[in-house]
Design a protein around this ligand. Structure first.
Ligand SMILES: NC(=O)C1=CN([C@@H]2O[C@H](COP(=O)(O)OP(=O)(O)OC[C@H]3O[C@@H](n4cnc5c(N)ncnc54)[C@H](O)[C@@H]3O)[C@@H](O)[C@H]2O)C=CC1
Ligand SMILES: O=C(O)CCC(=O)C(=O)O
Length: 525
């Protein structure tokens, strides 16, 4: 039975789903050295933001097939290392959207009405009504940085509360911003005009210290900043300084450069509100993310695709389902051309022909690479790491299209250039979904792929087929089917044989010695 390690607190509903297919061990708060020790026995890991999945843990996880992040941000997982190792990384892109947006809105209102300090004051037996005069958010300007799922929900609610909305997000269209009632502006204008600034961006090289001393200097003295996105997007020292000098009016932070928050000047100010990364901490969100991610882990352990894999570009389950026969075709042809070419492959060209030319090429290309590398890497290569493995091995991938080729309803042509020469194959799907190899090295044939195959390039002359047949018979190899393809009579030809048995040692050399045979290749599909 598969084994899943749950390394952060996850709602029981997720554990129940995983338990349908696996032994689930909940071991939270383990130090990294302990994780490295135990991870080799696990097929999957499920976590929140508390566990750092480092490259060392990934390298030790030799059985790992999937890492599930019960939340949005996967910045606590070394995704490139997982990808290289063929491990699917999944998250729950929408499970905690509302929770995080509502936390940001709660922070904005708390800042405006001094809720945390007023609460503390009453609990200290005081009644300080004058001290806590607040500000209304109605008709104030909210600057939303990052207009994705959470930023959009914040914008929607803020609009309904009468706020004017500015937004900065270089990857969002004007139409989308218009729909949300936001005016897209550049960052400087957003900083200068906003009464409230809320961050809803991932931490990337571009967003690291996006709010720094210079940015803070551009804001109004009445401005308040909210960060319920990622620590490190604000320079915390610069923020503490700006608050101390009265350059801005307040800040509310849920996320920090280092978590848990250590020694920090941020604790010194009443007008800074701090929460311990609670954005996703609602009962509803924890059920949503636990179900979302546990279902994906269960599916992957059962051999099914994951719906929110962050490291399988373009391969959503819908696409996988719709394209499954073509992916199978691409894998088969990749495997075939890789074996025909042999040696070190330097370039793979994938040509989508006929009707196939108008479909999404990326999944087909990935499947072709997977097939190509499957002889060398066996089960180590999968849809996650195929492209990266090809790159690391120096295989150049070229994708082309030719809609004018009208054989079958659509066909796929692969050619592989390697250290031993160049070979090409074409294949298509019949109306019943069966795969046909329709061309080898430019010679038209029509054979289904089979487990064991023999291909020869020979002179088209009487007697040669008989000689190969008797040679195979003398080694007790049964021929299931045979086809010859040629371009001109008595010129060069290709023979494709499907065999019931693998070719015994030495027989291929015997075949190449037959007069008229130029080349012979055995293939296992
Ligand atoms: N505090 C918490 O507990 C939680 C925090 N989060 C964090 O909130 C953030 C936003 O999450 P979602 O809205 O779900 O993600 P999303 O992917 O839907 O939205 C992120 C937006 O940021 C934009 N963006 C990327 N780079 C940018 C840049 N340089 N400048 C401006 N905009 C940029 C993207 O175009 C996108 O629209 C993430 O960092 C996520 O990890 C999410 C859930 C809970
Ligand atoms: O697991 C958590 O509570 C953190 C959520 C979060 O930060 C995210 O989903 O990106």
């Amino acid at each position: 039975m598969a084994k899943v390690l749950v390394s952060d607190p996850i709602d029981q509903v997720g554990i129940d789903i995983l338990s349908q297919v696996a032994q689930v061990d909940v071991k939270t708060g383990l130090p990294p050295e302990e994780l490295v020790k135990i991870i080799p026995e696990y097929d999957a890991m499920m976590l929140r933001s508390g566990t750092r999945v480092t490259k060392e843990i990934i390298a030790a996880g030799t059985q790992l097939k999937i890492i599930g992040r019960a939340g949005v941000g996967v910045d606590n997982i070394d995704v490139p290392a997982a990808t290289r190792q063929g491990i699917v990384v999944v998250n729950s892109p929408e499970g905690n959207t509302i929770a995080a947006a509502e936390h940001a809105l709660a922070m904005m209102l708390s800042l405006s009405r001094h809720i945390p300090e007023a609460n503390q004051s009453v609990k200290n037996n005081k009644w300080e009504r004058k001290r806590f005069i607040g500000a209304e958010i109605y008709k104030k300007t909210l600057g939303v940085v990052g207009l994705g799922k959470i930023g959009s929900h914040v914008a929607n609610v803020a609009k309904s509360m009468g706020m004017k909305l500015l937004a900065y997000d270089p990857f969002i269209s004007k139409e989308r911003a218009d729909q949300l009632g936001c005016t897209l502006v550049d960052l400087d204008l957003l900083f200068a005009e906003s009464d409230y600034i809320t961050l809803h961006i991932p931490k990337t090289p571009e967003t690291t210290h996006l709010i720094n001393k210079e940015a803070l200097g551009k804001m109004k003295p009445t401005a308040r900043i909210i960060n319920c996105a990622r620590g490190g997007t604000i320079d915390e020292d610069a923020l503490a300084e700006a608050i101390a000098e009265g350059k801005i009016a307040g800040a509310a932070l849920d996320v920090f450069e280092e978590e848990p928050l250590g020694e920090s000047k941020l604790r010194n100010y009443d007008n800074i509100i701090l929460t311990p990364h609670l954005g996703a901490s609602t009962a509803e969100a924890q059920v949503n993310v636990a179900v979302d991610v546990a279902e994906q882990i269960r599916d992957v352990l059962l051999g099914l695709p994951a719906r929110s894999a962050v490291n399988i570009p373009g391969l959503t389950p819908d696409v996988m389902e719709k394209m499954r026969p073509y992916l199978q075709l691409a894998e088969t042809l990749g495997n075939l051309v890789g074996q025909l070419a042999g040696g070190r492959i330097e370039r793979l060209t994938v040509r989508l022909q006929g009707e196939l030319a108008s479909t999404k090429g990326q999944p087909i290309v990935v499947a072709s690479i997977k097939g190509l590398l499957s002889q060398a890497l066996r089960e180590r290569v999968n849809y996650v790491n195929a492209a990266i493995e090809a790159k690391e091995r120096g295989v150049r991938i070229i994708e082309t299209r030719d809609a004018s080729i009208r054989d079958y309803s659509g066909s796929l042509h692969l050619s592989a250039q390697g250290s031993l020469g160049e070979h090409s194959v074409t294949g298509a799907l019949l109306s019943d979904g069966e795969i046909r190899i329709t061309d080898v090295d430019g010679f038209p044939i029509n054979v289904p792929p089979s487990n064991y195959m023999l291909f020869t390039v020979h002179r088209d002359m009487p007697g040669i087929i008989g000689k190969i047949g008797s040679l195979l018979g003398s080694f007790n190899v049964n021929i299931a089917s045979m086809q010859v393809g040629r371009k001109i009579v008595r010129g060069d030809a290709v023979m494709a044989l499907s065999l019931d048995d693998p070719l015994p040692e030495g027989l291929l050399t015997e075949i190449t010695k037959v007069s008229g045979i130029r080349d012979a290749y055995t293939v296992k599909l």
